[in-house]
Design a protein around this ligand. Structure first.
Ligand SMILES: Cc1ncc(COP(=O)(O)O)c(C=O)c1O
Length: 386
């Protein structure tokens, strides 16, 4: 098997870097898992070793995030985008169970992922209220204060949805959005899960595609309040004009079957399990939160302290993402020069998202402080050439 360097300076936004020791263990387990003579991709998803993988990943999520007994942890194949749809079906159904009505789906649109989620809800037939649209002059980069949100009346609200960290636009919430008592809050944490403490009890549902901070594409973690697994009969949902969930998106079915209603990609869940076990061993979320904060601080400091006008940061300071640091370098050919110079020093994955351009540094959990320090030096040196 070909080895790779211990430290890789890769800042891709996802799929993203994973710890070397996790990958080495996973590679061995793909060939021969725990002496069974079969690889983890070959074992039945209903075999004892596969069930143990799912249980171990679930336990680690629960431990790391202090998930209360009121909530269930599930794994699905959906990807982040699949959850945009799954949440609509499940949360509208849960609201109908409680009230007998089709509730209003509220969206705080603070970047392109929450925008996509709101569009999907509309497409599926939800009554959508965009309570916040943070796009100004075609660009995202702020989060208006809660006093400016126009949420629907609480009794009519099925849920309030937001994206905790907008991966493309580099906008991150610094607080849990306040919602009226009894209103279900739903969050997309695909690009910052396990980077800081979260009070799970405040949420109806949290989901994350795992391919940025905790695994490889193909598995999605969903944390759902158990009371939201209650839903009316399909006929009642149809009568209310609420779309029925495809069975693989039906949280009640998934939860009842320990995430194994259909074939779960156990190997992908195993990588999550290994990554989370490593995180627990290294001090868990409190330690990771400090490291993530420190890495982001070093980067923003370098960018902010360069000669004025060299680096342009489009995101308001108070909502700057710790995970995805975005900026532009005005001037013909300068971004290209920045990327080429970085590549010569072994640093890759720095191009901005194709929809917004510029530079994006993704500083997920597996990106080492050595990589950040190297990049900080480069940011400082590059600025001096202008
Ligand atoms: C915040 C966020 N949500 C959702 C998605 C979509 O995830 P997927 O590609 O797994 O559907 C992404 C992908 O990058 C993301 O960053």
């Amino acid at each position: 098997m070909s080895e790779r360097p211990e430290i890789i300076h890769y800042f891709g936004a996802g799929p993203a870097l994973l710890p070397n020791d996790v990958l080495k263990q996973a590679a061995a387990d793909l060939i021969n898992y725990q002496g069974t003579g079969l690889g983890l991709g070959e074992l039945s998803h209903r075999s004892a070793p596969a069930i143990a993988v799912v249980d171990s990943a679930k336990e680690s999520v629960k431990k790391l995030l202090d998930v209360p007994d009121s909530h269930e942890v599930c794994f699905l194949q959906s990807g982040g985008t699949g959850e945009f749809s799954a949440l609509v079906y499940n949360l509208l159904a849960a609201h109908a169970k409680k009230t007998g009505k089709k509730g209003i789906a509220n969206y705080l649109v603070t970047g392109s992922w929450s925008q996509k989620a709101a569009e999907e809800a509309k497409r599926l037939g939800a009554d959508v209220n965009v309570a916040v649209n943070a796009k100004i002059n075609g660009k995202y980069g702020t989060i208006p204060p809660p006093s400016e949100w126009s949420l629907s009346p609480p009794e009519q609200t099925a849920y309030v949805y937001y994206c905790d960290n907008e991966t493309v636009n580099g906008v991150e919430f610094g607080y849990i959005p306040p919602v009226p008592e009894g209103v279900e809050l739903v969050s997309d944490m695909s690009s910052n899960i396990m980077s800081r403490k979260v009070d799970v009890s405040k949420f109806g549902a949290i989901f994350a595609g795992v391919q940025k901070n905790i695994g490889i594409a193909g598995a999605t973690v969903v944390i759902i309040k158990k009371s939201l697994l209650e839903k009316p009969a399909d006929s009642e949902l149809v009568a209310l004009g609420i779309p029925l969930a495809p069975i693989v998106f039906d949280f009640a079915t998934i939860a009842k079957n320990n995430s194994l209603y259909n074939t779960l990609p156990i190997f992908n869940v195993h990588i999550v399990s290994l990554t989370l076990a490593r995180l627990l061993k290294n001090g868990g979320i409190p330690v990771q939160q400090v490291i993530s904060g420190r890495k982001a601080e070093k980067l923003y400091m370098a960018l902010d302290s360069a000669t004025e006008g060299v680096y342009m940061l489009p995101v308001a300071k108070e909502v700057r993402s710790r995970m995805n640091i975005v900026f532009t370098i005005p001037g013909e050919g300068r971004e290209k020069a920045f990327l080429e110079g970085a590549k010569k020093k072994g640093m890759t994955g720095l191009s901005g998202h194709r929809s917004v351009g510029g530079i994006r540094i993704s500083s997920y959990n597996a990106v080492s402080e050595q990589s950040i320090d190297l990049l900080v030096d480069y940011i400082n040196d590059f600025a001096k050439t202008i």
